[in-house]
Design a protein around this ligand. Structure first.
Ligand code: HEM
Length: 514
């Protein structure tokens, strides 16, 4: 039997290795703690410019690898670090899971997040939205008014399972496409990142738009309705990302990117409105009680029936799901496939599990199949630990709180650096190795703190799409590895951070028929 715990490969060097190994055991024990708020360690803070000079004088600083700068700060100042950007509130970076747990606990009743300013501004400029920006951006009562109503339809396993069959078909379409896009050696010949983006967009449209939009359709006519939907959704996502990670000049005047955001968001909004009208018309046609009892309502229909949610709330939520779900999930899929391709011994174990559970793979994947994929799920968790899509949850403190010997003040931002916690050797043994076994129930590599890896965050504001994303990725792993052996013929891939993490270079996977 292959012992994957011994032969695992190291996490590709994206600069983290040298920081973690040997000297990077950052803990409060190595840092002197004092009792006043002003003494939270961090780079020197100047009036107006805050701690910016520290960044400007750091020759290695790279905005797209901000995680490395934060790692440096933890190494220098300890696991709680205070920084201040010009014009922004004081931010406290937190590394230890126990501190993250305390902050999540403290903010659990009212989890306020930094609003996505450009989305709020774009919504405020469109009268349709009536100054309501949706759950991604709103906070406080307005956020909870909607979030408390969408929670069940989007997270309840029974409802998530109702999309499994269609998600399986979407994934099989991706596999068909892969089979056509390989060269004679099985290597993919196109930008595979884009294929994964189409796959995640197609999946989320199943839920948000209640239909297949045909992202993989090779005959999609330019200018046709599906083409317009796909183009608007992609422009929406890319403009959002550019506005949030770029210069933020849109705060002062409507930049070209901001106008793109407005335009694409308005197009996606119109599409969602049109889809909702069709759904309502279909529902009206379902007349008899027998028909009603046979009809299994989908998420949008459940939301329409939810007292306290208006039609506009439903449309706003439908629109929000598209950027919320697409890039995070496609990046996650890329990471999982990359880790599997680089760890053949893990692949063998997954394939063993898949052959046992799916047999010859000709039947549709069911919730019963997924429930048995214990090792596959551990692979997903380990991928999220080693290469999470986001740095970690953010909370704006609504009152003062004590964190160990420090006081964190009302209005400060707490940035829980879950991505870095998950690479800390105090939390995970062999943190740079891809070892899915560590997540198995008996925890063979030691216990894991519940806040040591938080890819979907935690508590009532955690990602509402967690179960949907999990189902998509499990299906992708299952179908891909059941059919192919994955190979990676190149060196380590770099990851950069631009609002979310992503691979910089092309994903040149090789898919070899099993
Ligand atoms: C691997 C994929 C994904 C990851 C890693 C991820 C991660 C996250 C994280 C960390 C948050 C912030 C939570 C917080 O502040 O506590 C979030 C929020 C959100 N996510 Fe996801 N997400 C993923 C996929 C999805 C999918 C598939 C959907 C939709 C079906 C989705 C919809 C949302 C929405 C609407 C929010 C805002 C929730 C709120 O503020 O109440 N996400 N996600």
């Amino acid at each position: 039997m292959i012992n994957s715990m011994r032969s695992v490969r190291l996490l590709p060097v994206w600069g983290v290795q040298q920081l973690v190994q040997g000297h990077a055991r950052v803990s409060t024990s190595s840092v002197s703690l004092t009792t006043t708020t002003s003494s939270i360690p961090g780079p020197k803070c100047y009036p107006v410019v805050g701690t910016l000079p520290d960044i400007l004088t750091d020759k290695e600083f790279d905005k797209e690898k901000i995680h490395l700068y934060f790692m440096k700060l933890f190494k220098k100042y300890g696991p709680i670090v205070k920084i201040k950007a010009p014009g922004e509130p004081t931010t406290v970076l937190v590394l230890r899971p126990e501190d993250c747990r305390e902050i999540l606990q403290h903010t659990r009743e009212n989890p306020v997040r930094t609003p996505m300013g450009c989305l709020k501004k774009a919504r405020d400029s469109n009268p349709f939205y009536e100054k309501k920006a949706g759950i991604v951006t709103e906070n406080g009562e307005e956020w909870w008014r909607v979030r408390s109503k969408v929670q069940v339809p989007v997270l309840k396993p029974e409802y998530v399972h109702s999309y499994l069959h269609d998600m399986d078909l979407v994934t099989q379409d991706l596999l068909e496409r892969i089979s056509r896009l390989r060269d004679a050696n099985g290597e993919i010949t196109v930008n595979f990142k884009e294929e994964l983006e189409k796959w995640s967009l197609e999946n989320i449209c199943l839920i948000s738009l209640n239909q297949r939009v045909g992202c993989f359709d090779p005959n999609m006519v330019p200018g046709s309705e599906p083409d317009l939907i796909v183009t608007a959704a992609r422009n929406f996502m890319s403009a959002l990302k550019d506005c949030e990670s770029g210069s933020k000049l849109w705060k002062i005047y409507p930049t070209k990117t901001f106008k793109q955001l407005q335009q694409s968001m308005d197009e996606v909004t119109k599409t969602c409105e049109g889809v909702l009208q069709e759904i309502e018309a279909n529902l009206e046609r379902v007349q008899s009680e027998e028909e009603m009892s046979r009809h299994k309502p989908k998420m949008v229909e459940l939301l329409l029936r939810e007292p306290g949610l208006t039609r506009k709330d439903v449309i706003t939520f439908m629109v929000d799901l598209i950027p919320g779900a697409t890039e995070t999930t496609s990046d996650n899929a890329a990471v999982v496939l990359y880790q599997l391709a680089r760890n053949p011994q893990v692949q063998v174990k997954v394939q063993g599990e898949l052959d046992r559970v799916l047999g010859d793979g000709t039947s549709p994947i069911t919730p019963h199949h997924l429930a048995q994929l214990t090792y596959t799920k551990a692979v997903f968790k380990e991928s999220n630990r080693i290469m999470p899509p986001l740095l970690g949850p953010v909370r704006i403190l609504q009152d003062n709180m004590c964190l160990g010997e420090y006081t964190l003040e009302k209005g400060w931002v707490a940035f829980l650096m879950s991505a870095l916690t998950a690479w800390d050797e105090e939390e995970f043994s062999r943190p740079l190795e891809f070892v899915p076994e560590r997540w198995l129930r008996h925890r063979p590599l030691g216990s894991i703190h519940p806040c040591a890896s938080l890819p979907f965050s935690h508590g009532i504001r955690m990602c509402p799409g967690k179960r949907i994303a999990e189902q998509e990725i499990y299906t992708l792993i299952a179908r891909t590895l059941h059919r192919y052996n994955l190979d990676w013929k190149y060196g380590d891939l770099e990851r950069t951070h631009k609002f979310v993490f992503s691979f910089k270079d092309p994903l040149k996977f090789t898919f070899i028929d099993r």
